[in-house]
Design a protein around this ligand. Structure first.
Ligand code: IPM
Ligand code: MN
Length: 354
């Protein structure tokens, strides 16, 4: 097989991290005998400051022609918050209909966990976040803006189609994962009685009709933040809407060892998906060779998995686990005991050796 991968290194430490991910994909490709070619796109803060462009329409069309997109980070200290996020990241998610944001929360051995008495056996679940609707849809507006009578409305859009396809993906994923076989819906049915009524009804309807073998559970979003800290071992797969998913996956990132580890996939199961470390551009570490590339490499691993290179993905994950578990001194920037590219080399070498 040969894959066409669009690479968007982006801002800050994005390029440094992406270079290490590509190094590891190359090692897996040599090992397993698949091919890949990359094309690099310069979207991000620098380009925006130079040209005023975030993601031109023509580029978006071009991206549709790839097998996957590999993204470093978006965010620039000189660009007002919101412009790049909306113009590049959210636009790609929406336009390419990447309706799933898949975020594994997995504590690797030897990684510091802020939770007392919890280890890798306790922190190992996956969040399936709806990625194209809810409060992120952009519905709403201002009335009498800038006056004392100003009104701001921001609506959460939940369509039966959008909710159902997300739930269906989560049920299928839970089955395939084959662990506790339990899918937890995270909502707020006690207050958001329209949106989460639709979620809950659809959850139970398709659960009864098509996924009777998958155990169903429910937790309010506020309660789930407690349980994720107190009893993370209760969770197998969690499914939730866009906003709640955004919030609980940052909490998830912390309990799996921080932003240096957490990766996510923006997935369109029928189209082009995009993979990214979820930590951001970390401008203060740019160009110093100190950023931890593990999250970026884990994003590359997810990309291989979704592309169908499941064996390569497994080899790469094991390589990450071995290097993190036996070599790295810490997971924070500048704390690994190795430079960014040395960490990439260690993992790529481990892939080759396996
Ligand atoms: C994330 C980020 C984005 C989001 C921002 C940068 C728009 O926080 O991927 O979780 O809110 O989805
Ligand atoms: Mn977020």
């Amino acid at each position: 097989m040969s894959y066409k991968i669009a690479v968007i290194p982006g801002d800050g430490t994005g390029p440094e991290v992406v270079a290490e991910g590509l190094k590891c994909i190359a090692a897996a490709a040599r090992k397993r005998g698949f091919d890949f070619e990359t094309e690099t796109f310069d979207f991000g803060g620098e380009r925006y400051l130079r040209t005023g462009e975030t993601l031109p329409d023509a580029a978006l069309e071009e991206l549709r022609g790839f097998d996957a997109i590999y993204l470093g980070a978006i965010g620039h200290p000189d660009v007002r918050p919101g412009i790049l996020e909306k113009g590049i990241l959210l636009r790609t998610r929406f336009e390419l209909d990447q309706y799933i944001n898949l975020r594994p929360v997995k504590l690797y051995p030897n990684v510091d966990c802020p939770l007392k008495d919890k280890g890798p056996a306790d922190v190992d679940f996956v969040v399936v976040r709806e990625n194209t609707e809810g409060l992120y849809s952009g519905a709403g507006g201002f009335l009498k803006k800038g006056t004392p009578d100003e009104v701001a409305v921001q609506e959460s859009i939940n369509t039966r189609k959008g909710v159902e396809r997300c739930l269906r993906y989560a049920f299928e994923y839970t089955r395939r994962r084959n662990r506790e076989n339990t899918l937890t819906l995270c909502g707020k049915t006690n207050v958001l009685t329209y949106a989460f009524d639709l979620w809950e009804r659809t959850f139970n309807e398709i659960g009864d009709a098509e996924y009777a073998d998958v155990k169903r559970d429910y937790a309010h979003v506020d309660a789930i933040t407690m349980w994720m800290v107190k009893n993370p071992e209760w969770f197998d797969v969690i499914v939730t809407d866009n906003m709640f998913g955004d919030i609980i996956t940052d909490l998830g990132a912390m309990i799996q060892g921080g932003m240096g580890v957490a990766a996510g996939g923006n997935i369109n199961p029928e189209g082009v998906s995009m993979f990214e470390p979820i930590g951001g551009s970390a401008p203060k570490y740019t160009g110093m060779g100190v950023i931890n590339p593990v999250a970026g490499i884990a994003a590359a691993q997810m990309m291989l998995d979704v592309l169908g290179e499941t064996e390569s993905a497994a080899i790469l994950e094991n390589a990450i686990i071995r290097v993190v578990g036996t070599k790295l001194k810490g997971m924070g920037a500048g704390e690994m005991g190795y430079s960014t590219s040395e960490v990439g080399n260690l993992i790529a070498d481990e892939v080759a050796r396996t």
